[in-house]
Design a binder for this molecule. Structure first.
Ligand SMILES: [Zn+2]
Length: 391
């Protein structure tokens, strides 16, 4: 069986003569638009063929990449909106659309990038000459490491323009071989919350735990919300958007750091399976919460957090499973007694055996021993039943 891989991306600012990128970006946008238009008009499932017909010289991998990352989500969003009776035009790429480039046209030597852009058919060859550009990483620690540690050299990259920095950048898509699946029998449970902790991880078998507290992010979220309302009232649309972008970046960075801490903890303690609650129904369960609480819940991307975590863990050979969230917070992790009043805010005290502990830690212990219902297959959580059937 071939070893599993995960995709990572490493981003670098481009320095040097970049005048020709603008035309190339327009061409890529045209291919995108042709592909999505063909798909929408014909209602065919085969937009791959449509796009290839529109831009015959783009390689298969690049089309697949475009399709997966750009066309499919925009197309799906459009269909969903139409189904709900909302107005939805055909999504179109603007001139800032990323230029997708394939491996044969670039070479990388240290921070020097040499390439010729020959993205489209020979009749419209854009740039035959090889140019040398120098690259500087977005984050010297992260991006350089990702690129250098790629076990399979990057085959696809995209060049895009950052309006904010007014600079072009390149993002390499690298492939990393996953560590072989761990087989230690050590199972961890994670309780994700948004009242007291962002996450509590427990490894009951070896009595280890990790508490990740909400730091300044919630404070920042509240301030942001208030400030955005002010700006909205004042009709400053642009300022609202800038603020939203900033918050989104901050949040993404914050999530990455939390996930990294969890992965490091699991690797250190030899965890081979991580279990977390299936929170697909959390928004319905939150029906009786206050308005502020619900706003926070809606702005907190649980599903993305779970997927991001599962993806990172996989790189270390650690598997992720979902469990049924029923009773995880009311059940005593020592004697199994279930009673609503066992839990009182942040404290847990079992009405039957008297066991006392932090309520989130008790929940994490329960999650670690619960039956799994779904497993992460590298892209999404798949029901365990269907995995068993396929095997
Ligand atoms: Zn008990």
């Amino acid at each position: 069986m071939p070893s599993e891989t995960v995709f990572r991306s490493a981003s670098f600012w481009i320095d040097g003569d970049v005048a020709h990128f603008d035309t190339a970006a327009q061409q890529c946008a045209a291919a995108f638009n042709a592909g999505i238009l063909a798909r929408t008009e014909r209602r065919s499932n085969d937009s791959m063929k449509d796009m290839q017909a529109a831009a015959p010289d783009i390689s298969y991998e690049v089309i697949a990449q475009l399709l997966r990352r750009k066309v499919q989500p925009s197309y799906k969003a459009m269909l969903t909106n139409r189904k709900q009776g909302k107005p939805a035009g055909i999504p179109r790429a603007g001139r800032a659309y990323p230029i997708i480039i394939r491996d044969r046209c670039w070479s990388l030597d240290g921070d020097a990038l040499t390439f010729s852009l020959q993205i489209f058919g020979t009749h419209s060859r854009l740039y035959g000459s090889r140019r040398q550009l120098s690259l500087s990483p977005f984050d010297p620690d992260y991006d350089t490491r990702i690129l250098q540690s790629a076990t399979i050299p990057p085959k696809v990259a995209e060049i895009a323009y950052s309006k904010r920095k007014q600079k072009w950048f390149i993002r390499f898509v690298t492939e990393q071989r996953c560590a072989p699946r761990m087989n230690t029998g050590i199972v961890a449970g994670i309780d994700l919350g948004f009242r007291r902790h962002i996450a509590v991880v427990s490894v009951p078998g070896i009595r280890k735990c990790l508490f990740l507290r909400w730091s300044d992010i919630r404070h920042r979220d509240r301030n942001d919300h208030a400030r955005r309302k002010q700006l909205q009232k004042a009709g400053k649309k642009r300022a609202v958007r800038t603020r939203q972008d900033k918050t989104a970046r901050y949040r993404k960075d914050y999530i990455s750091k939390q996930v990294a801490a969890i992965v490091a903890f699991c690797a250190e303690h030899g965890v081979d399976t991580m279990r977390l609650e299936d929170l697909s129904g959390i928004r319905e369960r939150a029906a009786d919460w206050g308005r502020d609480m619900k706003r926070e819940l809606n702005s907190w991307p649980f599903a993305q957090f779970q997927a991001h975590l599962a993806d990172k863990l996989r790189e270390y050979g650690i598997h992720t499973q979902l469990v049924n969230p029923r009773h995880t917070s009311q059940r005593c992790s020592v004697c199994g007694h279930v009673e609503r009043s066992n839990r009182n805010g942040g404290d847990f005290r079992c009405k039957q055996c008297g066991y006392q502990n932090n309520a989130d830690l008790n929940a994490a212990n329960n999650i670690a021993v619960a039956d799994a219902t779904a497993e992460w297959d590298g892209r999404e959580f798949t029901a365990i039943d269907s995995i068993a059937e396929a095997a």
